[in-house]
Design a protein around this ligand. Structure first.
Ligand code: ADP
Length: 152
């Protein structure tokens, strides 16, 4: 049976930290679905189409990676896609606490799905989409934090 993982996120915008986690985790799975979760309550900075374009540009031709979007709960998306694994990255203890409660509640609801955590690579530990957005709002240069060649 195929090992299918979902890497869910807002990717608002995608950063080098995201790319690093995806590439490091890819050898563990037969297929990785990088999926933009649309949350009705949380307004994104970049439109969905733009975020999809970036993901397609970076991973579109890569075997084993599929780009997708979904709304609603990640766990329901996983079941629709027959994915047994959710991939998440951990940067800080705050990430851990946040992920722990979601992961454990997901486990209670759907015990067949495992959340797999990757420790962030040290060079990306302080890279976050929210700080990248702040820099952009203030007219700064984010080249070193986003994937090479990405036109923001
Ligand atoms: P969400 O809104 O679901 O947190 P993000 O797009 O911010 O979505 O992040 C998606 C995933 O990528 C999360 O698991 C997050 O912890 C991880 N992540 C974010 N930034 C980094 C980084 N610099 N290094 C490693 N993982 C990261």
């Amino acid at each position: 049976m195929d090992r299918i993982a979902v890497f869910p996120g807002s990717f608002d915008p995608i950063t080098r930290g995201h790319v690093s986690i995806i590439r490091r985790a890819l050898p563990l799975f037969d297929k990785m679905i990088v999926a933009i979760g649309e949350n009705g309550e949380k307004k994104s900075f970049f439109p969905l189409e733009r975020r999809m374009e970036w993901l397609n540009h970076i991973f579109g031709h890569e075997p084993g990676i599929v780009i997708s979007t979904y709304s609603g709960m990640t766990i329901d998306f996983c079941r629709r896609e027959k994915a047994k694994f959710i991939l998440r990255g951990l940067r800080t203890s705050a990430d851990f606490e946040f992920e722990r409660s979601i992961g454990q509640m997901n486990k209670l609801m759907h015990p067949e799905i495992e959340t797999v955590f990757f420790l962030c690579a040290p060079e990306f530990a302080s890279v976050s989409s929210s700080i990248v957005r702040d820099i952009i709002r203030n007219g700064g240069d984010v080249k070193q934090f986003v994937p090479e060649g990405l036109i923001i």
